[in-house]
Design a protein around this ligand. Structure first.
Ligand SMILES: [Zn+2]
Length: 290
């Protein structure tokens, strides 16, 4: 009997020990899991902060601090808009840290208040526009000219009377134009509607200013011709370059009359995207071409 009691109590003790070992193990495992859970967020914050911007194809590592600062000041903007606008240097003063425009003599040529053309840049293949539809003595790059002729002729068939009043402008011409605006309105005002020499898109030879024939261009917004342009210009390779409510991005006031030639395929893509040329360039063209 005594033997049996000893054996039984030994078994109980062994079971108890096994039970304790098991309990201790699961307890320490849970503690490990808790530790991992506790550590995870603090360890990963900088990484998540990075990824928020860096998932975008047009993210630039060197701009990270500027993205963060821009976001602090523009909390309502999407991550896409923040990266796009900082890449366009819109967090900087106009005409600071400017760079020479690349993609010269292509439809991708991008000129604004941060990307300039050299004083002796004259586009290739400039051709005189016919004064049956344009002011006399003005020029465009051939491809743009062929397409504006087609556009004006098709518009005429729809009862529209569109006339080109300005096209290519040389550096010197723009210099005089801008200086005259500054004389009458001052620098600050002139900068909202006129480009400084070298920064005018007209120097690309890919731009037209249009009106309803012989009407004031300031009235173009109120014409059927303007609505026709909004609906059709992209099918001839032209886009409205400075749209309404995009002043902060394009850095120019709305210009109903100013159209930029970018080629038919690209114009259709830009139109479909509802982005300005600036935004489209920063997101899809800049990295492809540089
Ligand atoms: Zn213009």
């Amino acid at each position: 009997m005594k033997k049996i009691i000893i054996i039984l109590s030994s078994i109980i003790v062994i079971i108890f020990i096994i039970l304790m070992i098991f309990l201790f193990n699961t307890d320490s495992k849970d503690k490990d899991i808790d530790n991992i859970k506790e550590k995870k967020p603090t360890e990963n914050i900088p990484l998540e902060e990075d990824n928020k911007f860096s998932k975008l194809s047009y993210y630039k590592k060197e701009n990270l601090d500027r993205y963060k600062a821009y976001q602090d000041n523009n909390k309502d903007l999407s991550i896409e808009d923040i990266v796009t606008r900082v890449n366009l240097n819109l967090d900087k003063e106009f005409y600071t840290d400017t760079i020479p425009a690349t993609n010269l003599n292509t439809n991708y040529l991008f000129v604004n208040k941060f990307n300039y053309l050299d004083s002796n840049y004259i586009p290739n293949n400039l051709e005189l526009l016919d004064n049956s539809y344009a002011k006399s003595g003005i020029y465009l790059v051939k491809e743009a000219k062929d397409n504006i002729e087609k556009l004006i002729s098709d518009a005429k068939n729809d009862g529209m009377n569109i006339r080109v009043i300005s096209a290519y402008r040389s550096y010197t011409y723009q210099e005089n134009l801008y200086n005259n605006y500054v004389k009458s309105d001052g620098v600050e005002m002139a900068d909202t509607y006129s480009a400084r020499a070298g920064y005018s898109e007209h120097q690309t030879g890919l731009v037209v200013d249009v009106t309803r024939a012989f009407d004031d261009f300031n009235n173009f917004e109120n014409t059927n011709e303007y609505n026709w342009m909004l609906e059709n210009a992209h099918n001839y390779g032209f886009i409205l370059r400075y749209p309404k409510n995009k002043e902060k991005i394009t850095t120019y006031s709305f210009e109903a009359w100013h159209y930029r030639y970018v080629g038919i395929e690209l114009a259709q893509k830009i139109k479909a995207s509802s982005l300005t040329f600036d935004e489209y360039y920063a997101r899809y063209l800049e990295s492809d071409n540089n």
